[in-house]
Design a protein around this ligand. Structure first.
Ligand SMILES: Cc1ncc(COP(=O)(O)O)c(C=O)c1O
Length: 411
């Protein structure tokens, strides 16, 4: 039995079916930079980048070298001594995050970062309620899922964590109206990723900061997907110069080599650890290997000025996509993005599925937003260059042409 069949039988038959449907029932073998090679020797241009994780591309040499060095020294912390890479990383995060965020709790994923933020907010305020946004995506463990208002994910596991209010995204007034005496925090993505690359109106984050500060409510910015340069700034918050009380990071933080999640916050929010150091903990969170990867990832991101590159190449990509929207108005309803966090909204989710599979057949990887199947997102590594964009856009144009031919008798 090959790996596909084993996966289908022992891991996730539904996902295996979905991958077959989009022509990606392919076994991956190795990867480098912008490309992934399958076991059968085909090369794929990665325009998904593990949902925004691979900002440095696959196997960035500086991250790989840092991880190998740490691997040969001590990959795991014993936890009853101090891990130097972990401490260095926390200090580095304090330097590069907005405002006076200075303390970090480490987990291994985005959802763990959100769980920690959720708990810290409740512990600090002594209040239960969190306000989240429609189409927001914050992860799938029970706490984070409670903040991710999608019935397909939430309904089967109800009851969820109580005390969550949902308001429309991009509407600061709705947040102001929802805040009550029991509200601990508001959590929001600077740009919604899984919800379909939704960009809020200018001034939204500033308004949220003003309202939450005025009302004594914490502001949590979930930068798991937007962080480390994806939107053309180091943090999504930097577009408006806003400093939250808590900021979550994961995905790109591990440099595309190691899993890591972090919530960085104001010192005040970490006071409970003084009294009870194990009030929240994780065996693996911020382990030396992951911390070494993150330290290297931050240095590469800054020294190669990847946020600026993301803004520049993102603009080039958006311009090309706008041209395709003009040429294929029956398929493309909207093109939107910030930096290299780009979404193409199709007139129908089925058209999006056809285009994803046509792209795969032409060796280009993309995917739907988890919370919005009409939107195909493009989140290539920030190291992408114009010839890669030309290659992907060329394949997209061919895919749209193929879809038009396929559907000419149907529509
Ligand atoms: C904004 C945001 N928060 C949290 C998560 C959850 O991250 P993870 O899949 O690492 O648990 C995601 C994942 O896509 C995300 O985009």
């Amino acid at each position: 039995m090959d790996a596909y069949e084993l996966f289908e039988r022992h891991v996730n038959p539904g996902l295996a079916g979905l991958l077959r449907f989009t022509g990606l029932d392919v076994v991956e073998d190795h990867a480098e930079g912008m490309y992934v090679w399958s076991k059968d020797g085909r090369r794929y241009l990665d325009f998904l980048g593990l949902y925004g994780t691979l900002s440095l591309g696959h196997r960035h040499p500086r991250v790989v070298a840092a991880v190998k060095e740490q691997l040969d020294k001590m990959p795991m912390s014993v936890r009853v001594m101090i891990s130097e890479p972990t401490a260095l990383l926390a200090a580095r995060l304090a330097e590069i995050t907005p405002g006076d965020l200075s303390m970090t709790f480490f987990g291994n994923s985005g959802t763990e970062a959100v769980e920690a933020a959720f708990k810290l907010a409740r512990i600090h305020t002594g209040k239960p309620e969190i306000i989240t946004t429609e189409r927001g995506f914050h992860g799938k463990t029970l706490g984070a899922l409670s903040l991710t208002p999608k019935p397909e994910y939430q309904d089967p596991v109800k009851p969820l964590i109580p005390g969550v209010k949902v308001v429309p995204f991009g509407n600061a007034e709705a947040v102001a109206a929802a805040i009550g005496p029991e509200t601990a925090a508001v959590i929001v993505e600077p740009v919604q990723g899984e919800g379909g690359i939704n960009i809020p109106p200018d001034g939204y984050l500033t308004e949220l900061r003003r309202i939450t500060a005025e009302r004594g409510v914490l502001l949590i910015l979930d930068e798991v997907q937007t962080g480390l340069g994806r939107t053309g700034r180091l943090w999504g918050a930097d577009w408006e110069g806003v400093a939250p009380d808590l900021l979550t990071s994961a995905k790109a933080l591990g440099g595309g080599v190691m899993p890591i999640g972090a919530v960085v916050g104001r010192a005040e929010l970490f006071e409970p650890f003084k009294e009870n150091p194990l009030i929240h903990s994780s065996t693996f969170g911020g382990n030396p290997l992951a911390a070494a990867a993150a330290l290297a990832a931050i240095e590469v991101t800054l020294s190669e000025d990847l946020p600026a590159r993301a803004e520049e190449t993102g603009g080039y990509l958006m311009q090309a996509l706008a041209g395709l929207q003009r040429d294929y108005p029956e398929f493309i309803a909207d093109v939107r993005g910030r930096g290299l966090m780009v979404g193409i909204e199709f007139t129908d989710a089925d058209i999006g599925a056809i285009v994803i599979s046509e792209l795969a057949a032409r060796g280009v990887l993309t995917a739907f937003g988890l919370n919005n199947p009409k939107v195909v997102r493009l989140e290539p590594p920030l190291i992408v260059e114009r010839p890669h964009i030309d290659e992907a856009v060329g394949a997209l144009e061919e895919s749209l042409r193929a879809a038009r031919e396929m559907l000419s008798g149907v529509l």
